[in-house]
Design a protein around this ligand. Sequence first.
Ligand SMILES: Cc1cc2nc3c(=O)[nH]c(=O)nc-3n(C[C@H](O)[C@H](O)[C@H](O)COP(=O)(O)O)c2cc1C
Ligand code: SF4
Length: 433
Amino acid sequence: MSKINKLISGNCGVICPDCTEDYVKAGGYQGLKKAFTMKPEDIIGEVKKAKLLGRGGAAYPAGSKWEQLLEIPEFPKYIVINADEGEPGTFKDKILLGQDPLRVIEGMIIAGYVFNSHDGYIYIRGEYRAIQKVFQSAIDNAVKAGYLGKNILGSGFEFNIHIMTGAGAYVCGENSALLNSIEGKAGRPRIKPPHLAEVGLFLLPTLVNNVESIANIPTIVLEGGDKYLSYGTKDSGGTKLICLSGNVVNRGVYEIPFGVSLRDAIYDPQLGGGIPNGKKLKFFHLGGQSGPIGGEAQLDTPYCYKALRNAGLSVGSGAIVVMDEDVCVIDYLKGVTEFFIHESCGKCTPCREGNKQIYAILCKIAAGEAVQDDLVILKRLIDTMTIASFCGLGQSAAVALNTCWKLFKTEFEDHLHKKCPAQVCFTEQERGE
Ligand SMILES: Cc1cc2nc3c(=O)[nH]c(=O)nc-3n(C[C@H](O)[C@H](O)[C@H](O)COP(=O)(O)O)c2cc1C
Ligand code: SF4
């Protein structure tokens, strides 16, 4: 099996990103043309067959999400694309937005057609300022060529796309906070239910999908759901853009078919190419700061939703941050927790206070000042935050810590005796050297 399959990233770096002619020459808009000959429910049927799971991190089945929205009789409906991409170690939507924006636009038009929606919003991370310009230019060129705006390709269907800009808050990537932000409100998560399909943008029915999810739609429509599914595994349809970073030779974004092993993702010369400077792998962090940490023993797990879940891991956003033997887990987790302290919106106590308490204990462990009871409190904080936080940010903030705890329990305990296996914490004197 080939370890790379450029199903949705084939145009990246090859065509002029905002140029309609280039996109059409590369096969662009064929999915849209086919969609216009199909009934909305048949398009959704293909998305269901494809087993496309949301690429934004939560892996919600796209077909079911689309079906639920179709059943809602209220209009207008809105299409919202989540391009906030705030998860550290994740930079794959950036590639699609900047190098093949017309594919994202085509996916949005198809979604608009399915739900008879006339307005789509794309919420692009504020730091992607240069990419926003490229995306706007792609929209303008699509309008000029008759693919956007009124009477698209003579079908009588009208669809417009509006770019909204994020302002640097990670929590605005949470779908309900994102809608509040578009509406000009504080970017804080909403209570659910009601679900966004019923009460979404401007309190109207709304579809929220990730950039990579929507970029798959033209291919699914054109090739059919069964064909798309066959590119991946039985349960994880198609391909995934993975982002390799950290202590790995070939950092970057790669499109792999689901089913390639984690070992191949990290070590294959076509992909990660292994750990630099002959060092050993210590752990890998999947799906961003909110995702789980795995080790050597899990390397042969196939990279697909089911197998990773069974191994206590997850795909999440597609980030794979690789860390070598010189990294101290406590030191690493301090960085993770600092991120969540910074990004917590402060709305609920378990997340706002819990992250600070966890950080304080990690600092004590790193300083060799912690005692066994601190580890007990740490475990209690992990459980409380996971169960009692209001939104996904707080609920997943301790996932890395919890998985590391299981993998590296002895390393936590070593620190209680002023021993840091990676020799990051404590001075030589403190270590007794
Ligand atoms: C704190 C937080 C941040 C998130 N950030 C993003 C993001 O940057 N991009 C994204 O697509 N989804 C993000 N999500 C997931 C979204 O809430 C939502 O599940 C996703 O946009 C739905 O699209 P999908 O079903 O196509 O994956 C985030 C969730 C949480 C809780
Ligand atoms: S868990 Fe609570 S404090 Fe944390 S980001 Fe969500 S709503 Fe805000």
